[in-house]
Ligand binder design. Structure first.
Ligand code: GLY
Length: 378
């Protein structure tokens, strides 16, 4: 299989050289016309939660090639995101998604002090969203439609906790790590269902911290399994276990991983929601790519333990997901900006099966894991 992963990596590098050249100075999120990325770096869009992933892609590509076009693009994104750090309402639970693949990645590469400062400011902001009564990190800021989100925590936040683990390590100050761990424990108590799946949103009274119940989010319904939510939980808990060595996080990651692997359809294509009608063709390649990263991470953590059987199961499931993406949904044409073509934001959105930048990011990260090219981001 090693040759196969290397072939995919070669196709990605060849393509992304052209994509990076064409998109200098921009921050892509999706295509604005066929095969052409739009730019989310303007005043109106700069705080968009996905704006770290393009920088992360460029750092991963730089790590594999050491070519300037990738490094310059990545540093440009990092500097553009300073506007977000100065905008209280622009920041939310996704501080990790914005600043781990950009500022912290830069610091990991060459110890840049400005980059480290950006990462620490982002971590302090994320820690400031912690609600000590409920033991959770608040998700979004106020919604335009008036819904009160002060007591809302969401599963996606699990992937942002590594920013807090990193900050604790840098400052030799346990506060950030404590917040991450308390949040993770709240998620284990309130988001998990009997079958190992997770819900998207849990609500708490923001003043007393008491648990109020679940809300429908980006999946089909409150009780269904939104696939990207499952993959955020899978990879997020695997990373929390990697950072802390705490067994409950491993158990949580394995519960979601087992359920996810069991529900991969025959054709390997991941739907937007595992509970959608089997005739529905809406896919989410982002969920497949994120889950592949989480499964490979778990497989690596478990391979030399008494859970080696599970490690093999997870590695096999990840490889199946990646082969499906490679064979059915990846566009390697250097003239086209997008890599993965069938992603979805949410079940109830009108648009489905289109390119989204974090699908490309996690596909590259997964292939880099299998070809030893990865820059550790999380
Ligand atoms: N973090 C939002 C999403 O996964 O769509």
């Amino acid at each position: 299989m090693a040759d196969r992963w290397q072939e995919i990596a070669d196709k990605i590098i060849k393509k992304e050289r052209s994509v990076a050249e064409r998109n200098r100075g921009r921050i892509p999120y999706t295509t604005k016309e066929a095969h052409v990325f739009g730019d989310w770096s303007g005043e109106r869009d700069i705080a968009w939660w996905t704006n770290g992933f393009w920088g992360g892609m460029l750092w991963q590509l730089w790590n594999a090639t050491k070519e300037d076009v990738f490094r310059e693009g990545a540093v440009d994104v990092e500097k553009k995101l300073d506007r977000v750090l100065m905008d209280y309402n622009g920041m939310d639970h996704d501080a990790g998604f914005r600043f781990l693949p950009t500022a912290v990645a830069h610091w990991r590469v060459d110890g840049d002090e400005e980059a480290k400062n950006r990462g620490l400011l982002a971590a302090a902001n994320l820690a400031g969203r912690f609600n000590p009564k409920g033991g959770f990190i608040r998700a979004w800021n106020d919604f335009d439609d008036g819904r009160d989100t002060r007591g809302w925590a969401i599963i996606d936040c699990m992937m942002n906790l590594p920013l807090l683990y990193w900050a604790s390590d840098q400052l030799e100050d346990p506060r950030f790590r404590m917040i991450a761990e308390i949040h993770a424990e709240t998620v284990i108590r309130n988001f998990f269902r009997e079958d190992g799946s997770v819900c998207h949103i849990a609500g708490f009274d923001p003043a007393t911290g008491s648990y109020l119940g679940r809300h429908g989010g980006q999946g089909m319904s409150e009780d269904s399994s939104w696939t990207r939510g499952q993959s955020w939980a899978l990879y997020g808990f695997a990373l929390s276990f990697q950072h802390t060595g705490r067994e409950p996080y491993l158990t949580a990651a394995m519960r979601v991983a087992d359920r996810f692997a069991m529900r991969i359809p025959e054709d390997g294509r991941i739907p937007v929601d595992f509970d959608q009608e089997s005739s529905c063709t809406w896919q989410d390649d982002t969920a497949a790519a994120i889950a592949a990263c989480g499964l490979i991470t778990l497989a690596r953590l478990l391979k030399d333990t008494d859970k080696a059987d599970a490690a093999k199961r997870y590695q096999d499931a990840a490889e199946r997901l990646l082969i499906t993406l490679d064979e059915q949904d990846a566009d390697y044409d250097p003239a086209h900006d997008e890599l993965l073509t069938k992603c979805s934001v949410a079940y109830h959105e009108e648009k489905h099966n289109f390119p989204i930048i974090y699908g490309d990011y996690f596909f590259i990260e997964a292939i880099w894991k299998l070809t030893d090219k990865e820059l550790f981001i999380w």
